[in-house]
Write a protein that binds this ligand. Structure first.
Ligand code: COI
Length: 366
């Protein structure tokens, strides 16, 4: 199906110079620099989605009473566009992001944006700002579609005016130290989500709620925080913005099952498929925090890693909690475990066009 939304074009009169862009792309960091344009669209109950277009990147005017500023009616997505060695540019499973945005929209009482319109918005922004797609090793153009309640109204109800935007940021590694094991603080004071809540939706509120725990993690010298379930406080859920995997010595790969409180990561789901192809036995099931602690201690768990679009696949080193810690064994020079490394390589090789895309995961953008 093709997009029903018509996008107008209003290009910037002052694009970033080629020299400045080259300086940025030489060391983009993560989420610090943005391309010259963005996509915007508006939704109202009567007109549906309308006023769609590509415009110069820049601040947006918001009424101080805009509902998002008060009640956080907001959702977002994260996906990447990759430049292949032949210069072509591809998105990785953008349909999955479009479908998840629609699920998140439902949970946050926001209007659904048809997946075709989501794809058209991604295509348009990447094609317009094509020169911003980096070509350095493991660099990409991170795309951030998001939707929020812009209606100026202080009553608590689903807003009657919604904005959809897509911005793009050239990125390198999510963690400033590159690919090296991250340390995890196990939060016992906070949980991330409860059944019936918004844990499975990609909404800003979930990330805001993770920040106090993230501060605790930092205070304990850790990079990231791990949340347990909100009822029994013993089942491993996810990190502040990434899913978790456990590699067992007997060849099993285990990840917490989707219970309704865990975000259904696109990278998480891609790893499930790739692992089977790499002859790993995959298990999606509940993971007791003691299984992690004891498994690492007695060698039954040989590797732990986190995954997400931004961080790709990142090895987990220490797990620290109030009263103790365990550290995954370091078996390779770079600290990336053998299975973690194989899965990571398979995934990025598909994303960068170096391995056959047998699942039709890539969508050509340019
Ligand atoms: C992503 O992985 O793309 C996310 O949205 C999570 C955030 C940690 C950047």
């Amino acid at each position: 199906m093709t997009s029903a939304l018509q996008f107008t074009q209003n290009l910037t009169a002052t694009p970033t110079s080629a020299q400045r862009r080259a300086e940025i792309l030489a060391d983009p960091g993560f989420g610090k620099h943005f391309t010259d344009h963005m996509v915007t669209a508006t939704w109202t109950p009567d007109a549906g989605w309308h006023d769609a277009g590509i415009v110069p990147y820049g601040p947006i005017a918001l009424d101080p009473a805009a509902a998002v500023l008060h009640y956080a009616q907001e959702i977002f997505e994260g996906l990447k566009a990759y430049r292949h060695a032949d210069g072509t540019v591809w998105a990785f499973r953008p349909e999955a992001n479009g479908e998840r945005l629609a699920r998140s929209a439902k949970r946050l009482a926001l209007p659904a944006l048809p997946v075709e319109d989501f794809l058209a918005s991604i295509d348009l922004l990447v094609r317009t700002d094509l020169d911003w797609v980096p070509s350095g090793g493991e660099q990409s153009l991170y795309l951030r579609p998001f939707m929020f309640a812009s209606e100026a109204f202080l009553g608590v109800r689903p807003a009657h005016e919604i904005k959809y935007l897509v911005i793009a940021s050239p990125v390198g590694s999510y963690f400033s130290g590159g690919i090296k094991p991250v340390s995890i603080w196990l939060s016992s004071n906070y949980t991330r989500a409860a059944l019936g809540g918004t844990g499975a939706a990609k909404c800003g509120g979930n990330y805001a709620a993770s920040l106090a725990a993230q501060l605790e993690a930092a205070a304990h010298g850790c990079d990231q925080v791990c949340f347990l379930d909100a009822v029994e406080r013993k089942w491993v859920e996810e990190l502040g913005g990434m899913n978790l995997y456990f590699v067992h010595a007997d060849g099993r790969l285990v990840t917490p099952e989707l219970t309704g409180t865990i975000l259904e990561g696109v990278t998480r789901s891609s790893i499930l498929t790739l692992a089977k192809e790499l002859d790993l036995d995959v298990e999606e099931r509940r993971v007791d925090i003691d299984e992690w602690r004891r498994g690492v201690e007695d060698g039954r768990i040989t590797e732990v890693f986190a995954c997400g679009t931004a961080a790709v696949i990142t090895p987990v080193g220490r797990l620290v909690w109030d009263g103790g810690e365990v550290a995954s064994p370091v078996t390779t020079a770079d600290g990336v475990g053998e299975v973690t490394g194989r899965l990571r390589q398979a995934l990025v090789d598909i994303q960068y066009g170096r391995r056959a895309d047998t699942h039709g995961w890539l969508r050509r953008l340019a």
